[in-house]
Design a protein. Structure first.
Length: 115
């Protein structure tokens, strides 16, 4: 079982990035998928989540209107489109899969927003 994030990097304020998280060893179709992030010296926080069918999403207030979570069950992948990035979005971003008390974490991908 594995979740592998990609797409992180260095971007200027106001820029965009698209994170991807590919799952292997299990089918994500019955899992709630989420993105968390952890900035240096801060607690890990939920950024966005999407239900198994993809019809319901939720976002942290700090990213509403700028980030979009989506999923491709056939491709066993979840995405996070991040627009209008700010310096405070700098963090390690993790994808998470949840189902009936089972939780899988990815290894994380670094996002740095800086000029």
């Amino acid at each position: 079982v594995q979740l592998v994030e990609s797409g992180g990097g260095l971007v200027q304020p106001g820029g965009s990035l698209r994170l991807s998280c590919a799952a292997s060893g299990f089918a994500v179709s019955s899992y709630v998928l989420s993105w968390y992030r952890q900035a240096p010296g801060k607690e890990r926080e939920l950024v966005a989540g999407i239900n198994s069918a993809g019809g319901s999403t939720n976002y942290a207030d700090s990213v509403k209107g700028r980030f979009t979570i989506s999923r491709d069950n056939a491709g066993n992948t979840v995405y996070l489109q991040m627009n209008s990035l700010k310096s405070e979005d700098t963090a390690v971003y993790y994808c998470v899969a949840d189902r009936r008390g089972i939780r899988y974490w990815g290894q994380g991908t670094q996002v740095t927003v800086s000029s």
